[in-house]
Design a protein around this ligand. Structure first.
Ligand SMILES: [Zn+2]
Length: 436
C-alpha cells in the first residue's frame, strides 16, 4: 500500500489540470476562439468563467461533506440553492431544476449526487472526514453544473436547461431509474440529455466524445456453491465447497477467452469470495459475486446461461452444487451520433482537443437516459499522458484539480448548445433571465 506521502504527491500532480504543460496553449486557443465573433457559445463560456470562482468554492463545500447513495438530500438541497431554485421539486433524494421558460422543449444535463463509502486519502484542508468521499469526481460535476446553469440564466440560451441532480449513480437500484420515465421528468419535455464525467485516462485540455457505444452493459452475478461441511481433519467425509468454488472461478475465465468473439469486448470479474469462519472447519457453502460486462445483447444473454451451466457442471464434478443468480444492471451507453458530432464541433470552438479514444467496459447509469432520449456522455480530461497508474476513479487519493470545475462547465455548455441546435435547428437565443 502506498504511503500517505506518496498518495499526496500523486493526488496533486497526476490529477492536476493546472500542471498540464499544454494548459497555456489551450487557454490561448480559447481566447482566440472566443475573439472573432460573439456567439451563443462564446457568451455562455464567458458567463461560465464569471461563475467559476463560486462554483469552485461550492465544489470544496460539497467535497468536504459527501453523502452516499440514498442519503443525498443535503447535497441536492445545496446544489438546487446554488442554482437559484431552492424549492426545486424533489425526485426521491434528487432534484430537478429548470432554468428558463416554464414550459416547452428543454435540454437536460445530468450530474450525480452521490459519493462513495471510502475513506479519503488526500492532503487538502477540505478533505472529507466522514468516511465517505467524492472519489469519482461527482463533486466536480455538481459544481460545474451550477456554473453552467447560472451561465444560461446570465447569458440566455436557445432552450430551457433542466439540471438533473440524480441520486444513487454508484449503487443499485440505479438512481437514473428514479428519473427515466417518471412523471416529473416527462413534464419537463426533455428533448436530449447531456452527461459529462471527468476521466484521468483523458489528458487535461482534451475531451473524448464519440458516437455509438462508449460504455458496457453491466450485470452482477452471485454464485452460491454448496457442499457438505465438517472437520478439516476428515475431508473425505465432507464435500468441500471451497475446492469446488476455486475450480468454478478458474472455469469461468474460459467463457470470455474461448466462448466470446474476440472482436466483442466483454469482462467477467469475480470480485468477492466468502467462505468459512475458521481454519479447521470445512464450510458448507461459498458465495462468489462478480461483474459481467458486455456490449452485444446476444453476448449478454449467452454469457448469463454459460455462467450458470459452467458453474453448475464444475461444482458437480466435486459432488457440490452451484446456483447462479443475476442482477441486471445498466444497458450499453450509446451516444447519439448527431449530438456527438455537434458537440465535437462546439468543443473544438471552445479550445478543447477533441478525441474519440475513451470506450471502455466501464458502466454508468446515464445509459438509461439513452433508452428514452437522444443522449450524449462526454469524458473530460483530468489526466496527464503516461500516468495510467496514478490514482484514478474510485481511488481514495483521486482529486481532480480545481480548474476541472470550469473545464467541465464548458464541456456541459458545449453539449447543451449542440443539443439545442440538433433538437431545434434555428432556435434563437432569448434574453437573459433575472439573476438569482
Ligand atoms: Zn462517477
Amino acid at each position: 500500500m502506498a504511503t500517505p506521502a506518496a498518495l499526496t504527491t500523486w493526488g496533486i500532480i497526476n490529477n492536476g489540470c493546472g500542471s498540464w504543460p499544454g494548459r497555456a496553449a489551450v487557454t490561448a486557443a480559447r481566447r482566440s476562439a472566443a475573439a472573432p465573433a460573439r456567439t451563443a457559445l462564446t457568451a455562455l463560456l464567458e458567463a461560465a468563467g464569471q461563475e467559476a470562482p463560486a462554483a469552485v468554492a461550492l465544489r470544496r463545500e460539497l467535497h468536504a461533506s459527501p453523502e452516499i447513495g440514498g442519503h443525498e438530500t443535503g447535497t441536492a438541497s445545496r446544489v438546487a440553492a446554488a442554482l437559484g431554485e431552492p424549492g426545486a421539486p424533489a425526485v426521491t433524494t434528487g432534484r430537478l431544476v429548470r432554468i428558463g421558460a416554464a414550459s416547452g422543449p428543454s435540454v437536460a444535463i445530468r450530474a450525480e449526487l452521490d459519493a462513495l463509502p471510502l475513506t479519503e486519502q488526500t492532503p487538502v484542508a477540505w478533505a472529507s472526514q466522514n468516511g465517505a468521499s467524492h472519489s469519482c469526481g461527482h463533486d466536480v460535476h455538481l459544481a460545474a453544473l451550477t456554473a453552467a446553469g447560472r451561465a444560461v440564466r446570465r447569458a440566455g440560451g436557445p432552450l430551457p436547461l433542466v439540471a438533473i441532480l440524480q441520486p444513487r449513480e454508484e449503487s443499485y437500484p440505479s438512481g437514473a431509474l428514479d428519473l427515466v420515465g417518471s412523471s416529473q421528468l416527462e413534464a419537463q419535455d426533455v428533448r436530449a440529455v447531456i452527461g459529462v464525467h471527468v476521466h484521468p485516462h483523458v489528458a487535461c485540455g482534451q475531451v473524448s466524445v464519440g458516437p455509438g457505444p462508449v460504455n458496457a452493459a453491466s450485470d452482477e452475478v452471485t454464485i452460491t456453491v454448496r457442499g457438505r461441511g465438517g472437520h478439516a481433519a476428515y475431508p473425505h467425509v465432507t464435500r468441500d465447497p471451497v475446492i469446488a468454488a476455486a475450480h468454478v472461478i478458474l472455469a469461468l475465465q474460459h467463457l470470455i477467452s474461448r466462448r466470446t468473439d474476440p472482436m466483442h469486448p466483454a469482462v467477467l470479474t469475480i470480485g468477492t469470495v466468502q467462505a468459512g469462519a475458521a481454519a479447521n472447519i470445512v464450510p458448507s457453502q461459498v458465495v462468489l459475486t462478480g461483474s459481467l460486462r458486455t456490449f452485444e445483447p446476444a453476448d449478454r444473454a449467452s454469457l448469463w446461461s454459460a455462467v450458470s451451466a459452467t458453474a453448475g457442471a464444475t461444482a458437480e464434478a466435486y459432488e457440490c452444487t452451484a446456483q447462479a443468480t443475476f442482477t441486471r444492471g445498466e444497458p450499453v451507453l450509446d451516444n447519439d451520433p448527431a449530438l456527438a458530432a455537434a458537440a465535437a464541433a462546439n468543443l473544438a470552438r471552445a479550445g478543447f482537443g477533441v478525441v474519440d479514444s475513451l470506450r471502455s467496459c466501464g458502466s454508468d447509469d446515464f445509459a438509461y437516459y439513452g433508452t428514452r432520449y437522444p443522449s450524449l456522455m462526454m469524458f473530460a480530461g483530468v489526466g496527464q499522458p503516461g500516468t495510467m497508474n496514478a490514482p484514478g476513479l474510485h481511488h481514495p487519493a483521486f482529486l481532480p484539480r480545481e480548474e476541472a470545475v470550469e473545464d467541465v462547465a464548458r464541456v456541459m455548455l458545449a453539449g447543451y448548445l449542440a443539443a439545442c441546435s440538433v433538437v431545434l435547428p434555428g432556435a434563437s437565443v432569448p434574453a437573459p433571465l433575472a439573476p438569482r
